[in-house]
Design a protein around this ligand. Structure first.
Ligand SMILES: Cc1cn([C@H]2C[C@H](O)[C@@H](COP(=O)(O)OP(=O)(O)OP(=O)(O)O)O2)c(=O)[nH]c1=O
Length: 196
């Protein structure tokens, strides 16, 4: 059975991969994230690659090993929104996103070890999310829950902010942090089966 490593500390990514029936180990990357790209799809590919490559360089891993890294950001009118620095930043982000449509980008990098060398495959998936209008009071109540602080765009679609979602266009799991459908589709093209 091949060794599969998810290079992530995100509980959402773990749950999504486990729900897809994959048996894997977790090894979170801890390194500083360095952005050189400008486009959101390129940024998430770059950051996901850094996470996967950190794990590849840290451990002696055998042929056939697969490492998966991922990164999620929100993009609104050209602005890149990661995790909020504090509650005020979370408020400003949610105030801006409410009543509008934004894009959620998740980049995934899959490293596969073949004949002692790592082969790298990266892709980015984009999902449009539209929120109903949300009042300042509702945003404050949401922020008090603490939920926004570890999430790109300051919200979790799978949590309490989900009640303000008017619609989404694209893969739901991509918004939560790991586009499972796209991941399996890309791996199928590469002839890699994660389950068994
Ligand atoms: C937009 C959105 C983001 N998120 C989360 C997914 C990611 O965990 C997080 C964005 O931060 P990331 O830096 O992509 O990931 P992370 O720091 O949580 O985990 P790791 O780097 O170890 O893999 O935001 C949601 O859970 N729900 C949402 O609706």
């Amino acid at each position: 059975m091949r060794k599969i490593i998810l290079a992530s500390a995100s509980p959402r990514r773990r749950e999504l991969l486990a729900a897809a029936g994959v048996i894997f180990q977790i090894c979170a990357a801890e390194g500083e994230e360095k952005i050189t790209a400008e486009r959101p799809d390129e940024i998430v590919c770059e950051l996901s690659a850094q996470k996967a490559e950190e794990i590849a360089s840290k451990f002696e891993l055998g042929d056939g090993t697969v490492i998966i890294g991922a990164d999620t950001i929100v993009s609104y009118k050209g602005e890149i929104l990661g995790k909020p620095s504090d509650e005020q930043a979370a408020f400003e982000t949610l105030k801006m996103l409410q009543g509008n449509t934004h894009q959620v980008y998740t980049g995934v990098t899959v490293l596969v070890k073949k004949k002692g060398k790592w082969e790298k495959h990266s892709f980015a998936e984009c999902t449009d999310v539209t929120f109903y209008p949300v009042t300042d009071e509702e945003i404050h109540v949401y922020i008090k829950s603490g939920e926004p602080m570890d999430k790109a765009g300051s919200y979790g679609i799978q949590g309490n902010f989900g009640i303000y979602v008017k619609g989404i266009h694209g893969e739901y799991t991509n918004v939560v942090g790991l586009p499972v459908g796209r991941l399996f589709y890309e791996l199928k093209k590469l002839g890699i089966e994660l389950r068994g």
